[in-house]
Design a protein around this ligand. Structure first.
Ligand code: T46
Length: 138
């Protein structure tokens, strides 16, 4: 069943954008724009055509995703409801809390996905088996 971002506990984050004849500038300030303390930043780029990323959920980690360049689709699933959002604007981010299954697909050429995360990298935080995910949220 397709649903809304809000019912999956996800939300859009609008970052500041300062534009003038030289182009645009956006910024992210800790404690102001992101609903958690940022412990890690990573970015995904040079994704070959047709490849996808993600395909898992996190037990604890909250994240904000941004399309710094290009575009991609994010498929979201809380075990019951699903939705899809396209990110293609560098000053609009998507907040994804823990226990939401995500897959990122349809990367455009040159797309750069930047992720702000609430925790350091820990493989034990990942739920990579969909049945285990369903069992942990239902
Ligand atoms: C997510 C999507 C959008 C690290 O060493 N440190 C890190 O911070 C991360 C994120 C990954 N890694 C290592 C772990 C693997 O050996 O990089 C390799 C690829 O990671 P993974 O297969 O998890 O990559 P994606 O693109 O499937 O998923 C990542 C994030 O893990 C995930 O949280 O939402 O990007």
């Amino acid at each position: 069943m397709m649903s809304t971002l809000e019912s999956l506990r996800c939300s859009i984050i609008h970052l500041p954008r300062i534009g003038d004849y030289r182009g645009n500038l956006s910024f992210i300030e800790g404690g102001r724009h992101i609903p958690f303390d940022i412990r890690r930043v990573y970015y995904i780029y040079d994704v070959p055509a047709g490849e996808s990323r993600g395909g898992h959920a996190h037990r604890q980690v909250h994240q904000v995703m941004l399309a710094l360049s290009g575009s991609f689709d994010i498929l979201l699933d809380n075990g019951i409801e699903k939705t899809k959002i396209t990110l293609n604007t560098p000053y609009i981010g998507l907040y994804i809390p823990n226990l939401v299954w995500r897959e990122i697909v349809n990367f455009s050429t040159g797309a750069v996905l930047m992720v702000l995360a609430s925790e350091y990298y820990d493989e034990n935080d990942y739920i990579r088996d969909y049945r285990e995910f369903r069992n942990s949220v239902l």
